[in-house]
Design a protein around this ligand. Structure first.
Ligand code: ADP
Ligand code: MG
Length: 247
């Protein structure tokens, strides 16, 4: 069982009074996040739940540095991102954050290994033997080594999501953001993918923030954060966090 992270674990993420409005240049400005305060520490495995339209994806986009808050401050690994330029945000995102989305944004015509190497190509330098070995080790961890040279477009949904997880971990990020990572999988594949996320969390101490609609999966996290209408309405530790392999 995962122990709750000690309060002295380093902060991976801090949101202070984060707000987000859309349509700020039009008369019909709408605020969808109304002042979010949140701290995640190293090793936490958290579910983010809430009704459709409550602002979960908007929050993940801000945390993932894909969009900027309208107000408030966001710290990644202790670094204040408010005054960073786009190039610095891109660097920080590449080094510190991994993404797993429901629609995984893999490149179907590329092989599994090539997809996993993509972040390394973007943020490091040319493909070399070490990079390929690293990609293969990651594919091995997600149980896909035999498929390393298969085109991703030919893999099953569950396998593609495993490739996406391997890719998310390629840069050894401090924080992985997963937006409904099991949303379009059947129950068995969803359980497998979820077990894998948990295993990655336990072996590497990576912090996870996982949006899910599945209460059963949320209960297997250490902590459940609930957003309703752009505000955090509940943030509680799960008393009996899920163990790998139990359902
Ligand atoms: P969730 O992921 O919880 O379903 P979202 O974060 O996607 O919710 O959306 C929260 C609210 O913000 C919704 O009302 C949605 O319509 C609105 N919204 C999200 N993105 C945009 C955008 N780019 N422009 C305008 N409104 C948006
Ligand atoms: Mg969403």
């Amino acid at each position: 069982m995962a122990d709750a992270p000690a309060p002295d674990e380093p902060e991976v993420l801090r949101l202070e009074g984060v707000r987000k409005s859309f349509g700020t240049s039009t008369p019909r400005e709408v605020e969808v996040l109304h002042g979010i305060d949140l701290v995640l520490r190293r090793g936490e495995f958290c579910a983010l739940i809430g009704p459709s339209g409550s602002g979960k994806s908007t929050m993940l986009n801000l945390i993932g540095l894909l969009d900027r808050p309208t107000a408030g401050t966001l710290f990644i690994e202790g670094r204040d991102t408010r005054d960073m330029d786009d190039a610095s945000l891109t660097q920080l995102r590449g080094r510190s954050i991994g993404f797993v989305f429901q629609h995984h944004h893999l490149i179907g015509a590329f092989t599994a290994a090539e997809n996993v190497m993509m972040p390394l190509l973007l943020y490091r330098n040319r493909p070399d033997v070490a990079m390929r070995r690293h990609a293969e080790a990651l594919l091995d961890r997600v149980g896909l080594l035999p498929w390393k040279d298969s085109r991703v477009g030919n893999l099953s949904g569950g396998q593609q999501q495993r490739v996406a997880i391997a890719r998310a971990l390629a840069m050894s990020p401090a924080l992985v953001l997963a937006d409904e990572p099991t949303g379009n999988l059947d129950t068995r594949s969803a359980d497998g993918v979820f077990d894998l996320l948990r295993e990655m969390n336990q072996t590497s101490r990576t912090t996870f923030l996982i949006v899910t609609h599945d209460p059963r999966l949320a209960q297997r996290c250490d902590r459940i954060i609930e957003v309703v209408d752009g505000q955090i309405v509940a943030d509680e530790a799960v008393l009996a966090p899920g163990r790998i392999g139990t359902a």
